[in-house]
Design a protein around this ligand. Structure first.
Ligand SMILES: NC(=O)C1=CN([C@@H]2O[C@H](COP(=O)(O)OP(=O)(O)OC[C@H]3O[C@@H](n4cnc5c(N)ncnc54)[C@H](OP(=O)(O)O)[C@@H]3O)[C@@H](O)[C@H]2O)C=CC1
Ligand SMILES: O=C(CO)COP(=O)(O)O
Length: 342
């Protein structure tokens, strides 16, 4: 089915580009908004993004544009694929126009001063808007190359979920609905931190047992944190939790993993970020997460360890030693096992 109005995608990076292609593949007209007119002009002329996913042809139906107000006015449904550090500043001036829209955040980050997730920022900006979150194991390059992929659209608004499923669902992209917006969004933001640790471990020559331990203990840690914030732990067993954690901790295509790998090779954080030249949200998330975990008294040894390496001058060896020799713990301590006969 084709909606009459175009769909807006905000952000001309890897994910905005992949999402625009997905929508256009489903015969939607797409206004792909980016800030740089030179980039948009190149894309209109050559049918490719000159900076991100450079070799991926843009499908017919995508119009690269730079007038944000006009794009928002023209569309009812708006996907936001901007970095977390830019989202509020970019959208705040357009609060009035956004009020009547369906706004779907795809940004996996946490705001530094407020600890707000991106859909909560959208809610601040446009309280009247209908809001959702798209999240899951969704590496942009694989989506662009039509790898079979699943994602989750999460919103309290079931009609919004259905509309998003309609425009995105296709041969290679399957979209599940969830009513747990907070849990789905939190999972996507938290896993980036653990992908940095996983990349670091691989660069340092650690094995598959180690990676498996890391991913599983990361899931325990992020779920423990989420439960403290009142989230539903079961959501973390789905695509937007364990699904996204596994892909991001296992793939060299993940930018957060690449940051970790560079750190493991001995680069400084600044050097790693510069070499990547793309967004790696975990670099910001680790700071706010460490602070929030302390504030709430949540035990997050992996977060604390990564923070110590990145900002307090500890070596990986020191941190790993501390983690392994720590007091023995119970395994699944974050979900009540009452009633399971355990
Ligand atoms: N890539 C992926 O696999 C996935 C990414 N995401 C999420 O999508 C979000 C965006 O990531 P992604 O597209 O991959 O990042 P990229 O690094 O590929 O691209 C970032 C984009 O944001 C633009 N941008 C940066 N600052 C601003 C600003 N102030 N105003 C307007 N545009 C700006 C950049 O423009 P410019 O080139 O001009 O700097 C660029 O187009 C992240 O939160 C990420 O977690 C979610 C799922 C998968
Ligand atoms: O969120 C992602 C996959 O689901 C992309 O991860 P990176 O931002 O680490 O590339």
């Amino acid at each position: 089915m084709t909606t009459t109005k175009p769909v807006a995608v905000l952000g001309g990076g890897s994910f905005g580009t992949a999402l625009a292609n997905l929508l256009a593949g489903n015969r939607q007209r797409v206004l792909l908004w980016m800030r740089d007119e030179q980039q948009a002009a190149y894309m209109r002329e050559h049918g490719k993004n000159p900076r991100y996913l450079k070799d991926v042809p843009l499908l017919k139906g995508i119009e690269p544009v730079t007038d944000l107000a006009a794009s928002l006015v023209a569309c009812d449904m708006v996907f936001v694929a901007l970095p977390s550090t830019a989202l509020r500043a970019v959208l705040e001036p357009y609060a009035d126009i956004l009020s009547s829209k369906l706004l779907i955040s795809t940004t996996k980050g946490i705001e530094a001063d407020t600890f707000k997730l991106m859909s909560q920022i959208l809610e601040d900006i446009a309280p009247q808007a209908r809001i959702g979150v798209l999240s899951g194991p969704n590496l942009a390059r694989e989506i662009a190359e039509h790898a079979l992929t699943a994602s989750v659209i999460a919103s309290e608004d079931a009609d919004l979920c259905a509309q998003v499923q309609l425009v995105l669902h296709g041969d290679t992209f399957r979209v599940y609905a969830s009513a747990d917006r907070f849990g789905v969004e939190l999972g996507g933001a938290l896993k980036n931190v653990y992908a940095i640790i996983a990349g670091m471990a691989v660069a340092m020559g650690m094995g598959e047992n180690t990676r498996s331990m890391l991913i599983t203990r990361a899931l325990a840690e992020m779920t423990r944190f989420a439960v403290k914030l009142g989230a539903n732990p079961m959501t973390f067993l789905g695509l937007a939790g364990v699904g996204d954690l596994v892909v991001t901790c296992s793939s060299v295509k993940s930018r957060n993993y690449q940051i970790g790998y560079a750190l493991g090779e001995g680069l400084s954080l600044e050097q790693a970020v510069e070499r990547l030249g793309e967004v790696a949200e975990g670099v910001h998330t680790i700071k706010v997460l460490k602070q929030k975990a302390e504030e709430l008294g949540v035990y997050m040894p992996l977060v604390t360890g990564l923070y110590a390496v990145l900002f307090d001058g500890y070596t990986m060896k020191q941190v790993v030693g501390g983690l392994m020799l720590g007091e023995p713990k119970t395994e699944v301590d974050f979900i009540s096992t009452e009633g399971f006969g355990v």
